[in-house]
Design a binder for this molecule. Structure first.
Ligand SMILES: Cc1cc2nc3c(=O)[nH]c(=O)nc-3n(C[C@H](O)[C@H](O)[C@H](O)COP(=O)(O)OP(=O)(O)OC[C@H]3O[C@@H](n4cnc5c(N)ncnc54)[C@H](O)[C@@H]3O)c2cc1C
Length: 236
């Protein structure tokens, strides 16, 4: 359990494997053997932050509360069971799990990831973190105007339930734009469209994006969520 970045870097160089709550790796390690060294980030200040615009990778899912935007809070509260959420971490969910219920929420916050490698820590985008399985220290984003998270009901062990995450951000030109991310099966896609003229403008614009090819039920859910996030009271 490193307490500084330089210490974490040293363990990384020695080949330590990152571990969060071990909710996924424990069974694998029991079957295949335990690694020589595993590194938990829970004593590292950068990895345990919970702020309006930042969330550390070692934060437990049940600790993700209304200090962070609604979309991320609801995503965390939708993962697994209470027992899983009391042990599983943000980093383990985004980098280590296949479902990654937090990923659509992080995408609509336009979050940047802070990662650590042998040369030090740096910022990168979420797609790279997921593809390369970097050591994630945490996420940073700009507070949205409003946000929302929808996860369809699903059965344990069944197909991944549909997720639609939405967030409205004000651009540097003062105009609002809508970010939408959809998990359909294991695939996550995301788009950004203008929305300063209201839901119809955003829905029309989304018709010209890749989300148009989603199955009908997913498109209906997107319409509902987009209309809701742009018409309802601000849910930060
Ligand atoms: C019963 C059950 C129900 C579940 N339901 C859901 C669900 O509805 N939605 C969902 O999204 N997930 C679900 N999951 C999966 C859950 O998200 C993961 O178990 C959990 O997030 C993994 O977190 P962890 O901290 O325990 O990871 P660990 O098991 O400790 O690690 C998992 C992997 O992530 C890597 N890792 C851990 N931390 C980091 C880091 N900081 N940087 C880089 N790599 C890291 C590890 O090296 C390992 O490869 C469920 C799991 C269970 C057991």
């Amino acid at each position: 359990m490193p307490t500084s970045l330089s210490e974490a870097q040293r363990y990384l160089a020695e080949g330590a494997v990152p571990v969060g709550g071990a909710t996924l790796v424990w069974a694998l390690w029991q079957r295949d053997g335990f690694p020589e060294q595993a590194m938990s980030l829970r004593e590292l200040p950068q990895a345990t932050l919970i702020q309006r615009e930042a969330l550390g990778a070692a934060v437990l899912l049940h600790q993700v509360d209304d200090r962070v935007p609604e979309v991320l809070r609801r995503a965390a509260s939708s993962v697994g069971t209470g027992a899983v959420r009391r042990a599983a971490t943000v980093g383990g969910n985004i980098v280590g799990s296949t479902l990654r219920c937090l990923l659509p929420a992080a995408l609509v916050l336009d979050a940047r990831a802070t990662v650590l490698d042998r040369d030090g820590s740096y910022e990168t985008d979420l797609a790279e973190v997921v593809a390369k399985r970097h050591l994630l220290l945490g996420l940073r984003w700009r507070d949205p105007v409003t946000s929302r998270y929808h996860k369809a009901p699903g059965e344990a062990g069944g197909p991944p339930p549909l997720v639609v995450a939405t967030a409205v951000h004000t651009g540097s030109d003062g105009r609002d734009r809508l970010l939408v991310a959809v998990r359909d099966g294991y695939e996550v896609s995301n788009e950004t469209v203008p929305c300063h003229d209201g839901p119809e403008q955003a829905l029309d614009a989304l018709e010209g994006t890749g989300l148009r090819s989603l199955p009908a039920a997913a498109r209906d859910a997107v319409r509902r969520e987009v209309t809701g996030v742009l018409s309802g009271p601000a849910d930060r």
